[in-house]
Every structure is written in structure tokens, then in C-alpha cells.
Ligand binder design. Structure first.
Ligand SMILES: Cc1cc2nc3c(=O)[nH]c(=O)nc-3n(C[C@H](O)[C@H](O)[C@H](O)COP(=O)(O)OP(=O)(O)OC[C@H]3O[C@@H](n4cnc5c(N)ncnc54)[C@H](O)[C@@H]3O)c2cc1C
Length: 544
């Protein structure tokens, strides 16, 4: 990308940047994208993993957002059926609840209406007995009824990867571990960026007709490279999650709750295999840098206390936490004072005097339409610059993401079993790679040792490490263990005992010397330590 000028340079490789690069490349624009960490390593891999209309936004009368998000839910279920799965939710109503039955019933009708009754299924209203039949772990005292409604759940990190790979397949040049350190403004207009390769230390200049700032919670920092005195457009609020063993809660649906602590809507969500549920999220104003955000003891205790109030048998304590994750919501700064949960999740595009296009706010769910709107602006600017005709919108709403070519996941799993995979391995591979599960199995055909498990008792295969390096642009240990394979979240020890063997495998493929291996291990252990820092702090606060 430093070789020849491009039409559009996207800074930030989260879901927003990836979708912009995909849309721009599909329109035929010469496109480059740089990301200072791994793809998706910012907010886009620490979300609540929901592709949802956003039932709770109805309380704020944000009908436009719900309408748009509901439409996008349908699109994403279609273009990435392996990564975006329907999930039924139970929203229990208790006597004296902040959201009373009548309000929830109206809300659920409106939710279905805004989805044009084309959601996964239309909601149902359940009596007390039927509710406990579906979710026996829920507190029965004061339970009145529940709404059963539908949304979708995704693998956020892999959704970014799939979108990024789709962009690359359409011709975009994309680079991770490439940080923009300054902007190039030869004539007062932003015409590119100076980029530092964080792995080699090399500095390169990428020249571009248009530069886009898609840096999520970092957008204000990036804007200051353009205008040092730029005031903030964002209000940052933190959201934390904890993963706990599923059997403690026993939930098989997503559970929507209003926290007894502050009345906020939150979720208890099942995750992939039957082993885990996660609880999220908090919503608190935060002034820590987006690079340093983590779940604190207060966050963990708030989440566990809220869940325990609805699942009294669970008696979850901080010792039960398998993993934590946290991120900053890049919300548009509102006029006037609002509680964090009331700030709109809409997005905005801002153009600076020197032409830097910034996209701020938004949702994981709405990334595709946000990207389309942004690239419409790019197309208009390019047309004005050199008179090129405006390309029509590319069919991003129906072009499958890599692995999403078929929705017949059962058929794919059956084919994997016929090739010798166990039933568990087949389900696991198809759930993660869709039609590309076959590519992972090809690696096993080449080298039977790659069919072995990385962690005993878990389905992840060694072939996935090779696939992550060869096909999914993984270049660091954490890329593999955190965002490609998720072992960081799945195992109580964050897969630390397996790290040396994974590093050996990566070193062989990527030519690492001894010092790089040591660096990778140390960086990963540091990440683990940070995610578990709450455990040391928790002794100082009351038990949940
Ligand atoms: C706790 C939480 C839960 C959420 N849950 C949901 C949910 O369930 N459903 C939903 O729809 N939405 C959810 N969201 C919102 C959603 O996650 C975000 O809207 C979305 O991930 C933002 O993506 P992004 O690409 O704009 O930002 P990011 O993913 O943060 O990407 C920005 C990228 O820019 C990079 N960057 C920064 N500076 C530079 C630089 N100088 N050079 C190069 N790269 C740079 C960063 O490393 C980062 O990767 C949630 C958000 C949070 C915080």
C-alpha cells in the first residue's frame, strides 16, 4: 500500500473500518486499511456479541435505530449464517419490576412490527409456569410472566475477520499492527498518513486521495493528528462482561434482565458449546484510555450480583469467573446531561476542514449500512476530484462473507464427519468456519498430527492454528488464542499451559527467533494478568 497512491485509506480495523474497506473495494476504489493492533482487537471483539434490533432502545423512542438494526439483523443472518445465529430470549417480568408487563407486551409487538414481522419468529407471551418450564433456574418468587422473543448472537471477532477478508478478496490492501502516527497534508488537505509497522519498526507513507478515521473510541485521538485543538465528539462509557460455567445458571436462552441494582437492562447469554454463559454489561462513564480498559472488581461484582438476584441457586462468586472482557462504547457526545445508558447509539459522519472523514458512534449490528453511507461520501468526493462516474452500491447485503456461502450448517457438519472428523469437531469447525471447515480439514489430510486437540477436553484442533496463520492473517500469539480460537475466553487458565506449544508452532511458520518467542509469551501472560486483575481487587470490596 505504500507503493502506489490509493483512492481511500481507512484508519482502524474494527468492524466499521473493515466494512468500509469491503464496500469501497467492491465499488472498485483502490483501498487500503491500517490497524494498529490485530483486526478487531479494539471494541469489536469485546462486545456483548449481539446482532439485535435493540429492544431496550424502544424505551428511548429510538425507532429509527431499531428499524435499521432489525433490517441489518436479517441481512447478517443471511450473509454470515455460520457467524450470526438466531437466539431466543426470555425476558421475565416480576412483581414491581421497573418494566411492567403491559409495557413489555407493547414493546414486543412494536419490536416485531419494526422488523416487519420478519424477525426469526414472532414473539410469544408466556405465563409463569411456561416461563419456569423454559428456564427452571429463574427465581420463581414474584415471577408473573415472560416475553419470549428473538434476536441473534455473533462471534464478533470472527465477524470482523470475515469482513476484512472479504475486503481483501475484493482487492483492498489491509495490514494489522500498522499504526498511523501522523497525517500527510502537503497542501493543507489530508492526503495520506505516516504508518509505523509495529512489528518491524519500519515507517512508511501511504498516499491517498481520501482518508477515513474509523478508530472507534480512538477517533478523537486521531482527529487531533489533523486538528490539535479539536474538541471531543465522543462520550466514552465502559461495558464489562464475565463468563461463568453454564451449569451454575442452567440457562438455554438469552435472558434479558433489569438489574436490581440500578434498573439497567442487561443480559445473561449462552455461548457456543454448552459450557459457558456470559453476563453483561455494565455502562459507566470512563476516562481511562481505550488501550487500558479492563473489567474491575466493581464491574464483576455488579454483574454477578445482578445475575444472582434472578438465578438464586447460582450463587455466583468472583471465584467462578472463567474470563472477563471490557471495552469502551464510542457514543456520540449528547447535548445536555444523560445517563450513560440513555445516550443514543446512532452514528455520525464528520468532515474536517482539511477533508478527514470521521465516522463516530454506531453499533456492531449496523456496521454495514454505516459503511455504505460513509463510502457514498467517499464516492461523491472522488467524483468531484477527478470526475469519475459514481459506481452503484455493491451488493454487500447479499454477498456472503467468507465461509457463509451456505446456510446448511447441518449438511456441512455431515460432510465433515464423512471426512473423518468426530461429531463434536465437525460441529465446532462448521460453527466457526462455515464452508471453510473443509479448508481446515484439508490441513489435517496433509498432516494427521494437525488433527490433534490443543487443549484436552476442548474441540480446537492444531490445524486451526495453521489456518489462522495461513488464511486469517494471525501474526501474534494473542491473535490466535484470543480472537481466532477464543481459548483465552473458554478456559479458566486462559490456555496458558498450551502457550509454549502454540508459540513453537507459530515460530516454525513465521520464523520467530528465541527473543520473539519470549516476547510473545510475555505479552500474552500480561494480557491474562490484566483480565484477572479483578480477582486481587475483589477482596477489598464486599462479596456479591
Ligand atoms: C461493552 C460493549 C458491548 C457492546 N455490545 C454490542 C452488541 O452486543 N451489539 C452491537 O451491535 N454493538 C455492541 N457494541 C457496540 C460495538 O461493539 C461497536 O459499535 C463496534 O464494535 C465499534 O467498532 P469500530 O470499528 O467503530 O471500533 P473498534 O472496534 O474499536 O475499532 C477501531 C480500531 O481503530 C484502531 N486504531 C486506533 N487508533 C489507530 C491508529 N492511530 N492507527 C491505526 N489503527 C488505530 C484500534 O486499534 C481499533 O481496533 C458494544 C460495545 C461495547 C463497548
Amino acid at each position: 500500500m505504500a507503493h502506489e497512491p490509493v483512492d481511500v485509506l481507512v484508519i482502524g480495523g474494527g468492524i466499521t473500518g473493515a466494512a468500509i474497506a469491503r464496500d469501497a473495494a467492491l465499488r472498485g476504489f483502490r483501498t487500503a486499511l491500517v490497524e494498529k493492533g490485530d483486526f478487531g482487537s479494539g471494541t469489536s471483539s469485546v462486545s456483548s456479541r449481539l446482532i439485535h434490533g435493540g429492544l431496550r432502545y424502544l424505551e428511548q423512542y429510538d425507532l429509527h435505530l431499531v428499524l435499521e438494526a432489525s433490517r441489518e439483523r436479517r441481512v447478517l443472518l443471511r450473509i454470515a449464517p455460520h457467524l450470526v445465529r438466531p437466539l431466543p430470549f426470555v425476558f421475565p417480568v416480576y412483581r414491581g419490576a421497573r418494566v411492567p408487563s403491559w409495557k413489555l407486551r407493547c414493546g414486543l409487538w412494536l419490536y416485531d412490527l419494526l422488523a416487519a414481522f420478519r424477525n426469526v419468529r414472532v414473539h410469544r407471551w408466556l405465563g409463569r409456569k411456561a416461563t419456569l418450564g423454559l428456564e427452571p433456574g429463574l427465581r420463581d418468587k414474584d415471577l408473573r410472566a415472560a416475553g419470549l422473543y428473538y434476536d441473534a448472537q455473533t462471534d464478533d471477532a470472527r465477524l470482523v475477520l470475515a469482513t476484512m477478508r472479504s475486503a481483501a478478496q475484493a482487492g483492498a490492501h489491509v495490514a494489522n499492527y500498522a499504526e498511523v502516527v501522523s497525517l500527510v497534508k502537503p497542501d493543507g488537505r489530508v492526503r495520506g498518513a505516516t504508518v509505523r509497522d509495529l512489528l518491524s519498526g519500519d515507517i512508511r507513507t501511504v498516499r491517498s486521495l481520501i482518508v477515513v478515521n474509523a478508530c472507534g473510541p480512538w477517533v478523537d485521538q486521531l482527529r487531533r493528528l489533523d486538528e490539535p485543538d479539536a474538541g471531543p465528539v465522543l462520550r466514552l462509557t465502559k461495558g464489562a462482561h464475565v463468563a461463568v460455567p453454564r451449569q451454575r445458571l442452567g440457562n438455554t436462552h438469552g435472558i434479558t434482565l433489569t438489574s436490581p441494582i440500578d434498573g439497567r437492562v442487561m443480559f445473561v447469554l449462552p455461548w457456543e458449546d454448552a459450557e459457558q454463559s456470559y453476563i453483561g454489561t455494565t455502562d459507566t462513564d470512563e476516562d481511562v484510555s481505550p488501550d487500558d480498559v479492563r473489567a474491575t472488581a466493581e464491574d464483576v461484582v455488579y454483574l454477578l450480583r445482578s445475575a444472582n438476584a434472578f438465578f438464586p441457586q447460582a450463587r455466583l462468586s468472583p471465584h467462578d469467573v472463567v474470563a472477563t472482557w471490557a471495552g469502551l462504547r464510542a457514543l456520540l457526545r449528547p447535548d445536555g446531561h444523560l445517563a450513560p445508558s440513555q445516550v443514543s447509539r446512532e452514528h455520525r459522519i464528520i468532515e474536517s476542514a482539511s477533508g478527514l472523514l470521521t465516522i463516530a458512534g454506531g453499533k456492531l449490528t449496523t456496521h454495514r449500512v454505516m459503511a455504505q453511507e460513509l463510502v457514498d461520501r467517499v464516492a461523491a468526493r472522488l467524483a468531484a476530484l477527478d470526475g469519475r462516474p459514481r459506481a452503484p452500491h455493491p451488493p454487500t447485503h447479499r454477498l456472503p462473507l467468507p465461509g457463509g456461502e451456505t446456510a446448511d450448517l447441518d449438511g456441512l457438519a455431515k460432510a465433515a464427519v464423512e471426512r473423518g472428523a468426530s461429531e463434536t469437531a465437525a460441529r465446532h469447525l462448521v460453527g466457526r468456519y462455515g464452508s471453510e471447515a473443509a479448508a481446515v480439514l484439508n490441513l489435517v489430510d496433509r498432516d494427521r498430527a494437525l488433527g490433534g486437540r490443543i487443549v484436552s477436553g476442548r474441540p480446537e484442533l492444531w490445524a486451526e492454528v495453521v489456518h489462522a496463520i495461513e488464511r486469517e492473517m494471525a501474526v501474534r500469539l494473542s491473535d490466535v488464542l484470543v480472537r481466532r480460537l477464543h481459548l483465552f475466553y473458554k478456559t479458566r487458565d486462559q490456555a496458558v499451559p498450551a502457550t509454549s506449544a502454540v508459540v513453537d508452532r507459530m515460530a516454525g511458520a513465521l520464523g520467530w527467533d528465541g527473543s520473539r518467542r519470549a516476547e510473545e509469551l510475555a505479552a500474552y501472560l500480561q494480557l491474562v494478568k490484566r483480565s484477572r486483575a479483578f480477582a486481587r481487587e475483589v477482596a477489598t470490596i464486599e462479596n456479591p
